[in-house]
Design a protein around this ligand. Structure first.
Ligand code: ZN
Length: 289
């Protein structure tokens, strides 16, 4: 079942769980996410970054829509880190049900005005909008960008930002970074700050850079307003790690063996663990009652 993200996250926010939002850049990952979601009976989001749409091409979204429409679980297709109105328009034309506009690098006032413009366009055609305030860090191996230094989201700014823009969901900076914390120190999430932001804004919040954080910390976030957790690195590392192992071992491998169930399974294992961790396992029924 394909729906917009506002509807998807409303239920998660109310019932204190977070929906995993997984970056895909080929059909293998679409299968990974959908099969895991159906097995876990969990809602899920497939998200595509502007870099990823360059890899797969616009036509790919017709396939993703068809797959999502045929699932038994609630799904949304979301633009990850759109950086311009052009990115957003392209996503809407392609059939995404949700978009992110990330103007967090701009001044506060500019962020408000760009985001407002996107909200106007998207809401007219029933597409939900995520925006970002504060800056999420960037680690090695991430193509998603982010800042060298994290600027934490200010709760009072968040309140004004949400009120003025009319967004459906807000990505907050509370100490996470994109990518893997290989060399950088693992951050401690500012749960106190999250609690305060949630208290002030009252809309579902989004955690970016959900890979590689401590499980005990992640499992606190959805008790304080996080309704969507973005995940890319952990899932992709599992997939490509297994792919490398398989191809090294099986030098003669060719299709169909090389379209490896083992790599898909390795990634699926991670996705399913995350669904348990985010408390979204067995929550699909909440959307049908
Ligand atoms: Zn992000």
């Amino acid at each position: 079942m394909l729906m917009n993200m506002k509807e998807l996250l409303k239920v998660a926010y109310k019932h204190n769980f977070a929906v995993g939002s997984f970056n895909v850049a080929n059909s293998e990952f679409v299968r990974v996410v959908i099969e895991a979601a159906e097995e876990k009976n969990a809602p899920a989001i497939i998200q595509i970054h502007p870099n990823e749409i360059e890899l797969v091409g616009d036509e790919f979204i017709a396939y993703v829509r068809e797959k999502c429409r045929n699932t038994k679980v609630p799904m949304a297709i979301h633009l990850d880190h759109g950086s311009s109105v052009k990115d957003v328009m392209r996503a809407i034309r392609n059939g995404y049900t949700s978009v992110m506009i990330d103007a967090s690098h701009a001044s506060f006032e500019d962020n408000i005005s760009i985001t407002k413009e996107v909200v106007k366009i998207a809401h007219d055609v029933n597409v939900s909008v995520e925006a970002e305030l504060g800056t999420i860090g960037s680690n090695e191996g991430s193509s998603e960008g982010g800042a060298d230094e994290i600027l934490y989201t200010d709760p009072e700014d968040a309140k004004r930002f949400v009120e003025e823009t009319g967004i459906d969901t807000l990505a907050v900076a509370i100490g996470t970074s994109h990518g893997q914390y290989k060399h950088a120190g693992k951050p401690k999430l500012r749960l106190d700050l999250l609690e305060e932001i949630n208290h002030r804004v009252g809309i579902p919040l989004v955690l970016h850079g959900g890979s590689d954080n401590k499980d005990e910390e992640i499992s606190q976030t959805y008790l304080h307003g996080i309704a969507k957790i973005n995940l890319s690195t952990d899932m992709k590392s599992a997939f490509f790690g297994e792919m490398r192992r398989f191809l090294t071992e099986q030098q003669e491998a060719y299709e169909p063996d090389v379209i490896m169930p083992s790599a898909r399974k390795a990634a699926q294992k991670v996705v399913k663990q995350k669904m348990d961790l985010f408390n979204s396992t067995n929550k699909a029924h909440l959307y049908f009652s």
